[in-house]
Every structure is written in C-alpha cells, then in structure tokens.
Design a protein around this ligand. Structure first.
Ligand code: PHE
Length: 451
C-alpha cells in the first residue's frame, strides 16, 4: 500500500471518511432529483434501471475512483498525471481530471440554485407558510421561482455557506459538518414515510408506482437519465470521490466503505420516493410535474400534521445541510488544484472558484423566470446544464475512470491499494474492465439510435 499523504490533510478516521463521502453522495440528488425524474419517467421500470446501474456500474466505479484518488493523493488533475506517469501511459489522461473539475463547477452552479429553494423553504416553514391545501402550496412555489431577486438571493447565501466550509479545509470544515446531519436527516425521512402511510390507499398507490415496473414506460432517453442519475447520486465521474479518496488514510478498506456509502445513498433515495409519491396521488398531483415536485408535495404533509411547523423547518434545514455536504465535494477538486498548482491559499482558492460558480449560477436562477424563453433544443439553461453534466459528462468521466483503472493501471498497484481477497478482486476487475464500460457505451449507442 502506498504510504503517502495528501498535502491537504487526511480524514481523522474511517468513520469520518464514511460520513464525508456519504455526505457527498446523499444530497439533493436523492431527495429532490430522484423523485421528480422517477415521476417524469413513469416509475417502477425507471427505478429498476437506476438500481441496476448503481450495482453494476456505480459501485465498481466508486471503488475505482476512490482507489485512484488514494494512490495519487492530489487533486484529480494531478492525481491522473501522477498515475499516468506511474503506469507509463500518455499524460493526456490529466484532461479527464480537467473534465471533472469543470463538471463540478457546472453542477454546483445549478445545485446551489436548487439548494437556495430549500433554504427559502426553511424560512417559509418557519413563518407558517405551509398549508394542507395543494393549490396554496403550488402558488407558494410558483411565486418563489418567478422571482429572480429571491432566487439569486438564496443562491448567493448558499454559495457563501459552501465556500466558508470549504475554506476551513479537510478536518475543520468538511468533516465536522456531516457528523450530526446524516443521522438526523434519516430520522426525519422515516417520520415522513410514517406520514405517507396515513394516506391509506394512496400509500399503496405510491408504492406500486415506485416498485411495479412497466417497461413500456421507458425509452432510451429514460435509460440514459437513469444511468446518469446513478453517477450523479453517488457523486461519481467528476473527481469528487477521487479527491475525498486522496484524503483517506492508507489502512481503510475502499471496497467495504464504498458499499456502505452506496447502500446508504440508495436507501435515502428510496425513502424519499416512498414519502413523496403517496402525497402526489392523495392530492391529485402529477408525478411528472418536474423539479418542483418535492416543493409542491412535502409542504402539504407538514401543513397537515400536528407539529408540522417544526418538522417542516427541521426537514428543510436538513435538506440544506445535505446539499451543503454535497456541494463542498463538488468544488473541492478545483480548490485542491488551485492550491497545488497556482500556489493559492485555501481561502483564496475557495473565493475564486466560488465567485466563478456563483456567476454561472445567476444565469441558472434567471432561467427559471426572465430567461425561461432562452432555450437551446427546447431546454432552458438549467435543463442544458443538468443534461450536459448528469447525462453526458459524468457517465463519460466514469467510463474513462473504469477504463483507466481496469486497463491502464498496473494490477500490482491496484491490488496494493485495494487489498481485496482474490475472489472479490476478480469480480470487481471484471465489472470495471468489461461490464461498466460496456454498459455506458451501449446506453450511449442506444441514445444515438445506433441500435
Ligand atoms: N451526489 C450528490 C447528490 O446526490 C451530488 C453530487 C454529484 C455530488 C456529483 C458530488 C459529485 O445530491
């Protein structure tokens, strides 16, 4: 095992790493995005494709990406340079790191806007803005996204929060933020599932929407969305888990921790789905109503239940924190690179990358209102960024990571880092060499209409 350390520091323990990496994985992707894209893509069959992608593609690539990070011990760009040198292959592999850094900035630019919605909802919940009436709740949401000033304000606040955590570095900032939040978020999701159960027949309708597959509902674009979401929700393909892996102490088992993280991430997404769909049906809402779905459903639950005011505040606070622990991992690759290669202090690097991301985010905020007619292939700026990153950049990045780890790195080095029993190692190697790259490739061919 390579006994080097990162110049940026190290996680204090295995548990701290699991928390941080789970923090990166669990976020808006699970609670905001998974339900709405499942709703848009017809339910059960989409969920099965997504789960299949997590198992066959996501987990093997998560192991590969973390392993590469720990071996390279630097920002993704420099890690790839180092690993390419070690493996004696073309240095252009560093551009894979670059693509990741850029994808992180692009994702964060819209992620922060949506996290801004959640922040606004904390305040709305606090001032009793939630009601049991679905039409009132819809108006609350529509008013919010129609207001450029509000969206930019909340987005700005969220970016400031992100950058102030990132400034504090690996232990002080990243680690501390997650310790309490993850368990609390989990508890409140269980409470919401409990509430969903009180909707009786609608609870079962929600479950059957989520879990009984009807494959006629999905086309190649839905398959691409499901696969892209597997990357997005696990935080793969852009160097986030690679840079977190680079802060991982040498003795920790990468395979086991990856399984925990992927498991926790999947459970949170499914719980969110189970909490939300019964409310969708009980209130005559459309499962395919898009990015506003959770903001138009969960407030109804809070409006209805006793103590809903408090739970509403708590839920949205936790959602904001879950988003925060993901957003810090989205920006960490570029911050680490600026420190390594441009000699900036962590604080300066954070401010610089934060300002660039913020500016891009302003255009995303406007794409929900004043710039909503400004479209490209029928997609707003928000839609374009989401499609470009989640459906294209992350799968392409993940594909390249699998190919690099499986075909280009020396197996001796990989094994040194992973220290898996032979049988398990062979399974992983098979998945990462053949199954994961082939699956990504076939999905792309399918979308291009080639088969
Ligand atoms: N996994 C995060 C979520 O589900 C988002 C994310 C994407 C984080 C890519 C890191 C890298 O919300």
């Amino acid at each position: 095992m390579a006994n080097t350390k990162s110049i940026h520091g190290e996680w204090s323990s295995r548990f701290a790493y699991i928390l941080a990496a789970t923090g990166s994985a669990v976020g808006l992707g699970n609670i905001w995005k998974f339900p709405y894209i499942t709703g848009e893509n017809g339910g059960g069959a989409f969920v099965i494709v997504y789960l299949g992608c997590v198992i066959a593609i996501g987990i093997p690539i998560m192991i590969a990406e973390t392993m590469m990070g720990r071996r390279g011990r630097q920002s993704p760009i420099n890690t790839l340079k180092t690993l390419a040198t070690e493996a004696n292959v073309n240095k252009n592999w560093k551009y894979l790191g670059w693509m990741g850094v850029i994808a992180g900035i692009l994702i964060l630019s819209y992620y922060s806007v949506i996290a801004g919605w959640a922040t606004a909802y904390v305040v709305k919940a606090f001032f009793g803005g939630f009601s049991a009436d679905a039409t009132v709740i819809k108006t609350v949401f529509d008013d919010l996204i129609a207001s450029p000033v509000q969206l930019v304000f909340w987005h700005t606040l969220f970016m400031i929060a992100t950058m102030s955590v990132v400034m504090r570095g690996v232990r002080g900032g990243l680690e501390r933020a997650v310790q309490l939040l993850m368990p609390s978020l989990f508890a409140i999701l269980i409470l919401l599932v409990g509430y969903a159960m009180t909707t009786g027949e609608y609870y079962f309708q929600g479950l059957s929407f989520l879990f009984s597959p009807d494959f006629s509902e999905i086309d190649s674009d839905a398959v691409l969305t499901a696969m892209g979401h597997a990357f997005f929700t696990l935080g793969l393909g852009m160097g986030a888990i690679m840079v977190y892996g680079s802060y991982l102490p040498s003795h920790v088992s990468i395979a086991k921790t990856s399984l925990y993280i992927a498991g926790a991430d999947t459970v949170v997404a499914l719980l969110a789905g189970i909490a939300i769909f019964p409310l969708v049906f009980a209130n005559g809402l459309e499962p395919g109503s898009g990015p506003g779905l959770i903001f138009q459903t969960l407030p109804i639950a809070f409006g209805n239940m006793t103590g809903g005011w408090l739970f509403g505040v708590l839920f949205f606070v936790l959602l904001v924190f879950a988003a925060l622990t993901s957003s810090i991992s989205l920006i960490e690759p570029v911050v680490a690179w600026l420190v390594e290669n441009r000699g900036l202090s962590r604080v300066k690097a954070s401010v610089l990358s934060g300002v660039v991301t913020w500016a891009l985010g302003v255009s995303v905020a406007l794409s929900f209102n004043v710039w909503s007619d400004f479209t490209f292939f029928d997609k707003t700026i928000f839609d374009c960024l989401d499609y470009l990153t989640a459906n294209l950049m992350l799968p392409i990045g993940g594909f390249a990571i699998a190919v690099f780890a499986g075909w280009f790195m020396q197996q001796k080095h990989v094994q040194e880092e992973l220290e898996m029993p032979d049988g398990q190692y062979m399974v992983w190697l098979f998945l990462v060499c053949y199954v994961a790259p082939a699956a990504v490739f076939l999905v792309f061919l399918h979308v291009l209409g080639i088969f």
